[in-house]
Unconditional design. Structure first.
Length: 269
């Protein structure tokens, strides 16, 4: 909600309370914060306490967002204070202001790093082994890249095993997915073992309801989820591919495929 009714006219007092309350609920959902204000009730008890709870919630949201209010916040209310109506104006305008702030995601898991892209700070979570991504705030879509394990190669020199499926499958594409505030298991497929004539398929990488199957790519996919262009998947002759690449045929025993990978990125400032 925004640009709501301000007090000053008969009947607008409780409308303003409701407006502040709904703004705080909406902002709390975006920033992963549970407001302390309760549903306002006309002539209900604890009116002063309600004002102070709204003030506390606004201050907490500002700290989470790393923001400073343009709107002057009222002082802590006590019974008999003058300026009650003006306090409503400040609380309502401040609750509108919160909804204009950028809200960012938060999560833990994998190998975490902070990278800069076009002057913005992004958090990167990389999984090269099984793990769990724990999402604690999901205000925006997450960007993801996944690949499974590449197939192992046999002992025929000059041959190249296939690489894993890659998601997203197209070059230079940011793939957005929506996640919830919960834990997501991530299983990374192993690279297939090489052999004489018994090379193994790569393993399947699974996460977020997707499964990356081995033996699906001959040409790698270029993606910059890590902040720079890298190759993923593809047959064994693409030596610059980092993960999910197939093995290379060799005398006596072929080479193994490369293991899978999963990366998640989101903006933090």
């Amino acid at each position: 909600m925004s640009d709501g009714p301000l007090p000053g006219l008969p009947g607008n007092h409780m409308t303003s309370h409701q407006w502040i309350y709904e703004n705080l609920l909406e902002a709390g959902a975006r920033f992963g914060y549970v407001p302390t204000v309760v549903q306002p009730v006309e002539n209900g008890p604890g009116h002063i306490a309600w004002h102070n709870a709204a003030l506390t919630d606004l201050q907490a949201l500002a700290e989470l967002a790393g923001q400073t209010f343009v709107t002057p916040l009222p002082a802590v209310a006590v019974a008999g204070n003058k300026g009650h109506e003006q306090d409503h104006v400040y609380l309502q305008e401040a609750s509108d202001e919160v909804l204009d702030w950028d809200a960012f995601n938060a999560a833990t898991g994998g190998t975490e790093s902070t990278i800069q892209i076009d002057g913005q700070n992004w958090r990167l979570h990389e999984f090269t082994a099984n793990g769990t991504l724990v999402v604690t705030n999901s205000a925006q879509p997450f960007i993801v890249l996944m690949t499974g394990g590449g197939n192992g190669a046999n002992y025929y020199p000059g041959t190249y095993a296939s690489g894993s499926q890659v998601y997203p499958p197209d070059n230079n594409t940011d793939q957005d997915i929506n996640l919830q505030n919960k834990s997501y298991p991530i299983v990374i497929g192993a690279g297939g073992a090489g052999g004489q004539n018994n090379a193994q398929f790569g393993g399947v990488t699974t996460a977020f309801g997707f499964s990356m199957q081995p033996g699906r790519t001959q040409v790698p996919v270029t993606n910059s989820i890590s902040g720079t262009d890298q190759q993923y998947g593809g047959a064994g002759n693409y030596s610059e591919s980092l993960y999910g690449r197939g093995g290379v045929g060799a005398p006596n025993s072929g080479g193994p495929g490369l293991p899978g990978y999963c990366a998640i990125r989101y903006r933090i400032a």
